[in-house]
Design a protein around this ligand. Structure first.
Ligand code: NAG
Ligand code: NAG
Length: 398
């Protein structure tokens, strides 16, 4: 009897963890299922621990992720070191091969929903090491304060301080970087921070060195409309669902559950800020094919009190899509990756459109069989393909 019940529970658990409703277009589905299982178990475990009132969801997940961190170890091709830029911890990757000229510099910002990850995470360390070697570039991978310990604008400010430090002439010279060939890059929440600091630099008279490129890998770019088509479609997308994305967004601003609840209902932008909605209006900004089957509905007005308490979600430093065209117009050459099965797809698509409207040169790669997180899923063909496209673009443009 006991064994039968045990068997039954095991079968149900395995079925639950293995079952993700994957779109047919996705290749190597079993590898993805496998890659998705550990995060799913970790998230469920963390949710349970939070439900018991023992620990914050993100703190538990971050604790589990910490086991995937690797030390800053140099290899035969790349020297790796850790230091601080204006007291923000960074990991620096310098190619070992001799160079007679100054190198490109790439400032990289890791993802993880403003709550998770670090430059030391295995995936980011591997990516930065590979980029430094293949691109023959100095890669600076920055850390920043994470939620729930720190909320907006701490993440933004840490990254901005670190980038400003890097962009000093004597610092670039110290690392052998050509001041005319510096770019920023980031994935997911790192793409959000990359877009935000790139905009901020344009308004900073103290910074003389201009970025040559910005690279945004499935970035999060707005927290105003939680019902853009990709968020509506993404209740069960692999690795990042709508509910988890809303949790990340609200956690960026506060641990107060009221904001998360209002965002889930898409009822958080108060009447006095409703004019901002036109800047993220998917009905006018998305290409026809992504609007199919969706009807635009103005989000219902939210409470003014909530917006006064947590003004971050209507701040351009958190939502780069809220910048006006005069700012966008001055942005550097831009590379944006969007994925079809990603809740953040439409943020990226709308930014592509707004940048093009403002006259910015944009290279846009839309990955038809892509999903959130695919870029760093080492071992999957799709990651390989996306990384090689990224590298080739950087070789040509940085
Ligand atoms: C160093 O570079 C060579 C040539 O690109 C490569 O074959 C080798 O695997 C690299 N070593 C490491 C540790 O990545
Ligand atoms: C969004 O655009 C549609 C038309 O494409 C329009 O009907 C709607 O009023 C707009 N809403 C906002 C908030 O800008």
């Amino acid at each position: 009897m006991g064994r039968t019940i045990f068997l039954l529970i095991s079968v149900v658990l395995v079925a639950y963890y293995v079952y993700i409703p994957l779109p047919d277009a996705i290749e190597e589905p079993w590898k993805l299922v496998w890659q998705n299982t550990l995060p799913k178990i970790a998230t469920d475990l963390a949710s349970f621990v939070e439900l018991l009132g023992i620990n914050h969801l993100m703190d538990t997940i971050q604790l589990l992720i910490t086991f995937q961190e690797v030390p800053p170890t140099s290899d035969e091709n790349v020297t790796v070191m850790e230091t601080t830029f204006d007291s923000v911890p960074v990991r620096i990757y310098i190619p070992k091969r001799k160079s007679t000229t100054l190198r490109r510099g790439l400032f990289f910002i890791h993802g993880g929903g403003w709550c998770l990850g670090s430059a030391a995470s295995y995936i980011y360390d591997t990516l930065s090491r590979w980029t430094a070697h293949k691109l023959d570039a100095v890669v600076v991978s920055t850390d920043y304060g994470l939620a729930p310990k720190y909320h907006f604008p701490r993440q933004f400010e840490d990254v901005y301080r670190s980038l400003r430090w890097f962009l000093q002439e004597d610092i670039l010279e110290k690392y052998g970087v050509d001041p005319r060939r510096v770019g920023v890059s980031g994935d997911s929440a790192g793409g959000n921070l990359a877009a935000a600091v790139t905009q901020q630099l344009l308004q900073d008279p103290d910074i003389k060195i201009k970025l040559k490129v910005q690279v945004l890998i499935y970035p999060a770019l707005q927290a105003l409309d939680m019902n853009v088509p990709s968020l509506q479609e993404g209740a069960h997308f692999p690795l990042l669902t709508r509910s988890l994305m809303v949790r990340f967004w609200s956690e960026y601003f506060t641990t107060d559950k009221d904001l998360e609840k209002a965002m889930l209902l898409n009822q958080h932008v108060p009447m006095e800020f409703s004019h901002l909605l036109q800047l993220v209006n998917w009905s006018s900004l998305l290409p026809e094919r992504y609007k199919k089957g969706h009807f635009y509905k103005n989000p219902s007005p939210g409470s003014s009190e909530l917006a006064q308490k947590y003004p971050g979600f209507i701040d351009v430093k958190a939502c780069p899509l809220l910048a006006n065209d005069n700012i966008l117009h001055h942005l550097p050459l831009t590379y944006i990756i969007t994925c079809q099965y990603d809740v953040l797809r439409d943020d990226g698509l709308m930014y592509v459109k707004r940048l093009q409207n403002a006259g910015v040169h944009v290279t846009h790669h839309h990955i038809e069989d892509g999903f959130h997180g695919a870029f760093t899923l080492f071992g999957l063909k799709i990651a390989n393909r996306m990384q090689n496209q990224y590298l080739n673009w950087l070789i040509k443009n940085l």
